[in-house]
Design a binder for this molecule. Structure first.
Ligand SMILES: [Zn+2]
Length: 62
């Protein structure tokens, strides 16, 4: 696994790991693993609220 990247490091806002695959939002980045977690989490699960709160942080531009 090659971890050397250019200046634009893709560090997931939720798990804080460097993941080459994911989605870049306005204020940050979310890896595909966390996106999978979110889509697999039930809306009634407390984790879901946590994820949504994190996502909102990223959508808050400016
Ligand atoms: Zn992640």
């Amino acid at each position: 696994m090659v971890m050397s990247m250019s200046a634009d490091q893709q560090i997931c806002h939720i798990c804080n790991l460097v993941c080459p695959e994911g989605v870049r939002l306005v204020e940050g980045y979310i890896c595909s693993e966390c996106l999978d977690e979110i889509s697999g989490t039930d809306v009634g699960d407390p984790k879901y609220a946590f994820y949504i709160a994190k996502l909102k942080e990223l959508w808050k531009a400016g």
